[in-house]
Design a protein around this ligand. Structure first.
Ligand code: UDP
Length: 333
């Protein structure tokens, strides 16, 4: 069976999740346009020089809000994946007060393009919209909770939620085909420690023989999902997702406390540095806020999209460890 070659735009295509997505799309032979100004890139555009030389990959180095006909001429895509966003519990802090603008402007730019070009759109939102869920469990049918404290994390969550709401309502009254996904604690090769993500931080600390910085008492709950499973979910959401619907993408089987994650990292790396209990604010400053326990109910994506995450927590930890080891080795050469 031959696959139809599609024109696909991926905003944030050089980021952590985006780069894994474009690898898959390029491997399938599609024509990919990446819109990325490299502000939180996980790969170098030069890694894709061969694809760029053949024209299979086109890179638009710009802010997504300028993805409009007055600024850029670009072929109408069949599909748009919108991933570009401020990201990371520490990474978002420097954008405080500007996060809403960035998320709103960029998402409206892709909505307008999807409407003009009759493209299908997958919008990558966040599990942060749940606030704390119900004792940590987050399902699509549950209320989205706005906490009393105004934090930078809240600015990120409400901006994503605002655009989800606009998208869903737009699908009711305009010929817009849009599907929303909410990823939960994605991890895997190429994720940087810089955004504050816990797994690359722990692995980096373990590889340096330092104590792993467990925030609080380490009993906070998360469920980690391998980036390869998330890419499967994004492709399925594009292919089978119902317009105007929201799907959690997170692996409930990988539920863990952060202390147990630290133990898994120590076991994988053989680190003798142990753990130290610290307050996240002592590392990132007073704007840093902790999220509540959270883990997904993924039944909707499994049932309606046929999504089945397959990578367990130990594979995720091992994959991130091996990837960080090979980066270190290649930097040493
Ligand atoms: N965390 C930690 N030590 C670190 C970084 C993070 O204990 O050095 C914890 C953090 O408190 C949170 C969890 O790891 O409960 C997951 O953090 P991450 O920042 O990766 O994602 P979040 O789910 O908080 O957005």
């Amino acid at each position: 069976m031959t696959t139809k070659i599609k024109q696909i735009i991926v905003t944030g295509g050089f980021g952590f999740i985006g780069s894994h997505l474009i690898d898959r799309l390029l491997g399938q032979g599609h024509q990919v346009t990446v819109v990325d100004d490299l502000r939180s890139a996980a790969v170098a555009p030069s890694d894709y020089a061969t694809y760029m030389a053949t024209g299979q990959l086109v890179w638009l180095s710009m802010d997504v809000q300028y993805l409009r006909p007055i600024h850029v001429s670009c072929p109408c895509p069949d599909e748009i994946y919108h991933l570009a966003s401020p990201v990371g519990p520490a990474g978002v802090l420097k954008h405080a007060g500007e996060i809403v603008r960035q998320i709103v402007d960029s998402t409206y730019a892709v909505i307008d393009m999807a409407l003009r070009c009759d493209s299908r759109l997958v919008d990558v939102s966040t599990s942060e919209v749940y606030g704390g869920g119900q004792q940590g469990l987050c399902a699509e049918a549950m209320p989205r909770i706005i906490q009393a404290d105004t934090t930078v994390r809240l600015e990120y969550a409400v901006a994503k939620l605002a655009m989800e709401t606009a998208l869903i309502n737009a699908t009711q009254v305009q010929p817009l085909q849009a599907v929303i996904v909410r990823p939960f604690n994605v991890a895997g090769p190429r994720q940087g420690a810089v955004g504050g993500f816990v797994l690359p931080r722990f692995i980096q600390q373990a590889m340096r023989g330092e104590a792993l910085t467990v925030f609080g008492d380490g009993n906070q709950v998360r469920a980690f999902t391998h980036v390869a499973d998330i890419v499967d979910g994004l492709l399925l959401a594009m292919e089978k997702g119902r317009s105007g619907q929201v799907y959690n993408l997170g692996n409930p089987a990988n539920r863990t406390t952060i202390l147990d994650l630290a133990k898994a990292v120590i076991e994988e790396t053989g680190s003798i540095g142990g753990v130290q209990y610290v307050n996240g604010q002592s590392i990132y400053g007073s704007l840093y806020a902790e999220a509540h326990d959270k883990y997904p109910d993924a039944a909707k994506a499994m049932k309606h999209l046929g999504w089945q995450p397959v990578h367990d927590l130990h594979e995720i930890v091992a994959d991130v460890h091996h990837a960080m080891q090979s980066t270190l080795q290649s930097e040493a050469v």
